[in-house]
Design a protein around this ligand. Structure first.
Ligand code: UDP
Length: 476
């Protein structure tokens, strides 16, 4: 049988942040397995993240273009995880500097891509594709509710009556279930928007270009996001919206999984042996993703909460980056690791998250509700304790609460929860009889079905490949 996408050349362009890149690399693997010819664009410092993808798919070609110089981004920084969070919009705008080099590359290529699949933070690639007369498909690493809100806010530009009131309610009556929430739940990309400011306008135009793009591929699945997916199709006025998630590494590929998104700072075997010694579903995993660094006050309360809770845990601690105030961020309290020896494992730096979550010993996760982590937790069938910090995380936590698969325990990057309270909720999270455990197991089963033969995500992937295979480069 002929491989469906054989001969069709596609450019994949991930946004350089682990929370955006990892899932798109998993999708790229699926596209390559379906016979598409892939070129993937990165800047030099992100090349190493492609290692597992390239070793599994030697046919994929890389296009490495220099990171465009930007005075606010230190030399050598090319990934959002190495940049303070507030400079995110600057990085988004800086990458727009790749427009001309990329256009030249297309024009000099003997058999150029017929489509660009690029992250939603690279909306300008829609205009590039239009200039070339080819198609652009936006890749969303966010869930349906978040994306629907994102599209609505950038189109409608809602404003607050009182510009200082973070709690003022903003509502989206046209989105299913008419979500209403405090202003601070909106992404800082939007709340920091200043009309006329070049970076702000770049970000807005990017978002409008996403809406205008030919297609949308999402790391989500129909059974989880049905209503919002239909809403997005209605709003965009076409059916080229493909939900192909949860995008995950293959079960059997332990080395690829251990290397996913970065090199683990502790040997995967050591972590797995540690987990092997624990009972099923009794270990709590703690993470705040690839970007968020906790303050020392937060670390102290969390460490003390873990100590008091008596639970077994793996705590993934992201260390501060240059530019984050010395002494203010992310120190594990002195003596903590000795006091919890045998009961708790602290991983500083990159943790092999999916490998950990998939272990039978893990029963709950305390997390920031980054969308990838939410999906990974669903696939692993672990209960989620939500502490949304920034960006789409508030809306993801809201969606989880609506699904009854997660419990919000804290909220906001500034919040310092009380250790006794944390101890209690953490201890309760591994109770087998919780309603959230049953609900997350149902979602886990739905995700498994969506990604098995004839499942909704597999069908959407096939539809995406079939649409791509029909495209031709206009200059041929
Ligand atoms: N991740 C990981 N190890 C780490 C930190 C993060 O493997 O030490 C992965 C995690 O599994 C997820 C991604 O990085 O796939 C983080 O994405 P998410 O959307 O959860 O949060 P973000 O990092 O964007 O805040």
């Amino acid at each position: 049988m002929a491989v469906p996408g054989t001969g069709t050349h596609v450019l994949v362009f991930p946004y350089p942040a682990q929370g955006h890149m990892i899932a798109l690399l998993d999708l790229t693997h699926h596209l390559a397995s379906n016979g598409l010819i892939i070129t993937i664009l990165v800047t030099p410092k992100n090349l190493h993240i492609l290692k597992p993808l390239l070793s599994a798919n030697p046919s994929i070609t890389t296009l490495v273009l220099p990171f465009p110089a930007q005075p606010l981004i230190p030399d050598g920084v090319e990934n959002a995880q190495d940049l303070p969070f507030h400079l995110g919009p600057v990085m988004i705008a800086a990458l727009g500097g790749l427009h001309q080099p990329l256009l030249s590359w297309f024009r000099s290529h003997a058999s150029p891509p017929v489509a660009v699949i690029s992250d939603i933070f690279l909306g300008w690639t829609h205009h590039l594709a239009s200039e070339l007369g080819i198609r652009r498909i936006a890749f969303s690493p966010c869930g349906g509710l978040s994306l629907a809100v994102m599209y609505a806010m950038w189109s409608e530009l809602p404003k607050r009556n009182d510009p200082n009131d973070e709690n003022e309610v903003v509502s989206f009556p046209n989105i299913p279930n008419a979500p209403k929430f405090p202003w601070r739940y909106l992404s800082s990309l939007y709340t920091a928007y200043v009309e006329g400011d070049p970076v702000s306008e770049f970000v807005r135009n990017d978002n409008l270009a996403n809406i205008a793009s030919w297609g949308l591929v999402m790391n989500s699945f129909t059974e989880l996001d049905r209503v919002c997916l239909q809403h997005l199709r209605d709003e965009l006025g076409h059916d080229r919206v493909w939900a192909v998630g949860p995008l995950q590494p293959k079960d059997h590929d332990q080395s690829g999984t251990a290397q996913r998104g970065g090199s683990s700072s502790v040997s995967a075997n050591l972590i797995l042996s540690w987990l092997d010694e624990h009972e099923d579903h009794k270990v709590v995993y703690i993470t705040f993703g690839s970007v968020t660094v906790l303050t020392n006050d937060q670390m102290e309360q969390l460490a003390s909460g873990l100590e008091k809770s008596g639970v077994h845990f793996v705590w993934s601690v992201k260390e501060p980056i240059e530019g984050q105030a010395d002494g203010e961020y992310a120190t594990v309290p002195p003596g903590f690791e000795d006091r919890v020896a045998g009961r708790g494992l602290v991983i500083r730096g990159w943790a092999p998250q999916v490998l950990i979550l998939r272990h039978r010993a893990v029963g709950a996760i305390l997390c920031h509700c980054g969308w990838n982590t939410v999906l990974e937790a669903i696939v692993a069938g672990v209960v989620m304790l939500a502490w949304p910090m920034v960006a789409d995380q508030f809306r993801n936590a809201l969606a989880l609460e609506q699904l009854k698969a997660g419990i919000k325990v804290c909220e906001g990057a500034e919040a310092v929860p009380d250790s006794a309270y944390l101890a209690r909720v953490i201890a309760e999270s591994v109770d087998e009889n919780r309603v959230e455990r049953q609900r997350v197991m149902e979602l886990c089963e739905a995700a498994r079905e969506a990604t098995s033969v004839r499942g909704s995500s597999v069908k959407d992937l096939e539809s995406l490949v079939a649409h791509l295979a029909e495209l031709e480069f206009p200059y041929n």
